[in-house]
Design a protein around this ligand. Structure first.
Ligand code: GAP
Length: 437
């Protein structure tokens, strides 16, 4: 089976637009670089990814609670976190055509890829935080930043969340939310955009237990991508080299995926030590500690962080699911999405628009829609309907035909194998539930 060749990304972008997964932002005005909109199918896929993460990381665990902090934060947060001083990328300009690049992504001995002339400025540090004015005055005192990560919203709420939820070490606080970075180099579709979403867990532990918890979370997070059906051989873990570590991290692993453009980071899992709580305690003057009743002492917990990108996960899932194959001399494009992530779980097709079949199909739709993402599709030939739903990644197709009138059975077509099976209408719920599990 073909994986789609070298131009898989182009084909994926085109399928995403054609089927309503992802659109270029402000498309009718020529777009806005590095910003994307999710369409009717894309928002379902993205919500399913977030719900799965929330279930697996938060609600199914007794030692993790969730929260939802605002995007705007007091500017002192970003001074304390180190982002004002440290959150830079090295920038170079082409003096001839004014194109800008990240110096660490370029061979400075070569000419500018845009104009072919080699005339670079000296590299300089460029802060990635986006600024805006908060409130009606536009003076320097009103400047605040759009958060470049959701993590700080958790650290500044450490005492609030721990106290109200009565959590004892080790415990985690998790959230999903938007983050913004004025990236110098964008591209590769959803991989690096200026507005994106993160799913972050800050897991607080006794400082001498952080290495052990880092190992556990690294394994657990790696396994999570496998549980979403991502091909195992395209996933790997990579430990950061010393000089690669972020300013706050003592140790860090990336989960990487082999995207069509090469191996790249999907998620980072880091031992941040006590850096964050120490910094906020120092800058705010508040004591950010936990009382350890066993040893009768106040300690500053260390943090193991799992920081995943929602959009990168969506891109991974789409790229991994994209397949092209030949069926009976015809080209078929299919998204082999895990049934628990697919935007539509079951499409219901009346074979013809007469003999009472549309009414029976509509009843099946009504019956399934409360428990599954069901879709009623009566438009066009059955072959065309199958192809549309294959591209949408719908795992089950339910066809209502004249035999249904006789024996109350329907045909279920399984997306990947294309095998067809007769199933009594009364057993559809159980059949689909079993397959999803
Ligand atoms: N709190 C730690 C932190 O933010 P990071 O490695 O800078 O760490 C974590 O970001 C994750 O957020 C990345 O692994 C990636 O999935 C996602 N991410 C970061 N920048 C992104 C961007 N410009 N576009 C899309 N996703 C991004």
């Amino acid at each position: 089976m073909a994986r789609g060749g070298d131009n898989t990304m182009d084909k994926l972008v085109s399928l995403c637009k054609r089927r309503g997964f992802v659109f270029r932002n402000s498309d009718i005005y020529g777009g806005l670089e590095a910003t994307y909109d999710y369409g009717p199918l894309g928002v379902e896929l993205k919500n399913n990814v977030k719900q799965q993460w929330w279930r697996d990381v938060v609600t199914s665990r007794a030692d993790v609670v969730g929260m939802d902090a605002a995007i705007f934060m007091n500017s002192k947060v970003w001074e304390a976190s180190g982002h004002v001083q440290e959150f830079h990328d090295p920038l170079v300009d082409c003096k001839n055509c004014k194109a800008r690049y990240r110096e660490d992504h370029m061979d400075m001995d070569k000419p500018c890829p845009a104009c072919g002339i080699k005339d670079w400025t000296e590299p300089r540090q460029f802060n990635l935080m986006l600024k805006t004015h908060y409130g009606p005055s536009e003076d320097s005192a009103s400047i605040i930043y759009l958060r470049p990560e959701t993590a700080q919203g958790i650290f500044v709420n450490f005492l609030n969340a721990q106290g109200t939820a009565r959590m004892k070490l080790p415990f985690g606080i998790a959230q999903i939310g938007k983050a913004f970075r004025n990236e110098i180099t964008t591209g590769n579709f959803l991989f690096r955009s200026r507005e994106f979403e993160q799913m972050e867990l800050e897991f607080f532990v006794k400082p001498d237990e952080s290495a052990e918890w880092l190992d556990r979370w690294v394994q657990s997070r790696f396994d999570w991508y496998k549980s979403l059906g991502v091909t195992e051989s395209k996933l790997r873990l990579r430990q950061h080299e010393g000089d690669e570590l972020a300013h706050y991290a003592a140790d860090c692993y990336d989960v990487e995926y082999e995207f069509p453009f090469g191996w790249s980071e999907l998620e980072g899992i880091a031992d941040r030590g006590t850096y964050d709580l120490d910094q906020h305690a120092e800058h705010s003057g508040k004591k950010l500690t936990w009382f350890d009743p066993q040893n009768n002492e106040h300690i500053t917990p260390a943090v193991v962080e799992s920081s995943a990108g929602v959009d990168r996960t969506v891109l991974t899932i789409l790229a991994d699911a994209y397949h092209e194959e030949e069926v009976k001399g015809e080209q078929r494009t299919v998204l082999r999405l895990h049934p628990k992530l697919a935007p539509t779980t079951a499409a219901i097709y009346p074979l013809v628009n007469r003999d009472g079949l549309p009414e029976i199909a509509a009843n099946i739709f009504d019956d399934l829609k409360g428990d599954f993402a069901a879709f009623y599709d009566a438009g066009g030939s059955i072959g065309r309907r199958y192809r549309r739903q294959d591209e949408a990644g719908t795992p089950f197709g339910i066809t209502v035909d004249s035999d249904t009138l006789e024996d109350e059975t329907v045909t279920i077509r399984e997306r990947d194998s294309m095998k067809q099976e007769r199933v009594p209408m009364s057993q559809l719920h159980d059949y689909i539930s079993d397959k999803i599990r």
